[in-house]
Ligand binder design. Structure first.
Ligand code: FES
Ligand code: FES
Length: 135
């Protein structure tokens, strides 16, 4: 049986940047119809085009919460191009590793961020439901 790392537990019990930004510059929502898990991410840019604030809300599990929390810490202060390059691997590393079976939960935050970036750029509806995996 897998034991969650202290860092996962810390981000799960004390998630950073939880909530929703009012009048955000970008909004991204992903959901998995199969299990009902969902995640919404909002961000605001500063006048340099860097992420000044970013928040998430999720109905996901401990791994989803911890990963999204880590993600928000990783992308704060980054430009959108830099933020879009953050990988799942970096998030997992920041958390000291995630159980293999839980890796899919950790991608919801990143998917929502990518949607929020598209939303900011006017490319896509932030509310499409295309988070697909078997969980
Ligand atoms: Fe659905 Fe982890 S977010 S099981
Ligand atoms: Fe629902 Fe993974 S997000 S099982």
């Amino acid at each position: 049986m897998w034991n969650y790392t202290d860092k996962v537990m810390d981000h799960f019990l004390h998630p950073r940047n939880v909530g929703e930004i009012e009048n955000p510059d970008g909004v991204g929502e992903v959901g998995n119809a199969a299990c009902g898990d969902a995640l919404k991410l909002t961000f605001k840019l500063d006048d340099q085009g860097r992420i000044a604030d970013v928040k998430f809300k999720t109905f996901g599990c401990a791994s989803a919460i911890a990963s999204s929390s880590a993600l928000t810490e990783l992308v704060k202060g980054k430009t959108l191009d830099e933020a879009a390059k953050v990988t799942n691997q970096e998030i997992a590393e920041m958390l000291g590793g995630l159980p293999e079976a839980k890796m899919h939960c950790s991608v919801m935050g990143m998917e929502a961020l990518q949607k929020a970036i598209s939303n900011y750029k006017g490319e896509a509806s932030p509310f499409e439901d295309d988070h697909e995996h078997e969980g």
